[in-house]
Design a binder for this molecule. Sequence first.
Ligand SMILES: NC(=O)c1ccc[n+]([C@@H]2O[C@H](COP(=O)([O-])OP(=O)(O)OC[C@H]3O[C@@H](n4cnc5c(N)ncnc54)[C@H](O)[C@@H]3O)[C@@H](O)[C@H]2O)c1
Length: 247
Amino acid sequence: MTTTTDQLTIAVIGAGGKMGMRISNNLAKTEHVVRYAETSPAGRERVGAAGREVIDSAAAVPGADVIVLAVPDLALGPVTEQLVPLADPGAIVLTLDPAAAYAGLLTTRDDVIMGVAHPCHPSIFLERTSKEEWADTFGGIAAPQDAVAAIESDDAGKKSILETVIRAIYAPVIDVHWVTVKQLAQLEPTLVETIACMIGRLLNEALDEAVHTMGVPEPAARAMLLGHTQVALANGLRGDNPSATPA
Ligand SMILES: NC(=O)c1ccc[n+]([C@@H]2O[C@H](COP(=O)([O-])OP(=O)(O)OC[C@H]3O[C@@H](n4cnc5c(N)ncnc54)[C@H](O)[C@@H]3O)[C@@H](O)[C@H]2O)c1
């Protein structure tokens, strides 16, 4: 079991999925030893096409410092039931969404540390300076983002190892914010799925009304809405106040 963060052994389970491919692309650029496991034929093909060797999950887990479970949330129960018993004492099992951990659906062990880390995606106020940063809406390629994480251990060494892996899989990362599993489980459904997504949908419906009920030409309505949305969000969230700016 590694005690420094220089060269970790990391197992990616579900390496051919959406998150599995993203985080594998980033881990492949590091000095860490990475093992890739994937069950579906299409996923195995994607891992192979990226030039990475697929091994069985049962072979990937023993000896790994960190086991990243990039499998669907519904599979996390059976996958942890199968793989957590195979982990070395002191290993960290990292899930990428807190719902299953918070719902108590994961198989755990006293000597295996459970962690969760969710990417925040690049901020709307990020100062993007390159075309690559502008194109990277999701994050994990060029645009810096934060991540929010939880770890069920007081061991500073384990936290440091987990932060190293989080910074690698979601790179480039500005900050890792530590919260509880419960707080992490509350954050996305409330702030994001309920509020931010609803406001996005509402803006879209307002645009549709302006175009189809009021008869405003779409380019005019879009231009008015998108520019003023930027101002409204800057005023509301960053505290900008254009009227306070000296003329
Ligand atoms: N997709 C996103 O935008 C996103 C963002 C943040 C977090 N997450 C989280 O990441 C995790 C993965 O989500 P995803 O969207 O990448 O899912 P996905 O369905 O795209 O990929 C999951 C992969 O896991 C593989 N798999 C399933 N069971 C397996 C097993 N027993 N062993 C090995 N591989 C197995 C599947 O074949 C598939 O390739 C989930 O916890 C999800 O909540 C997803």
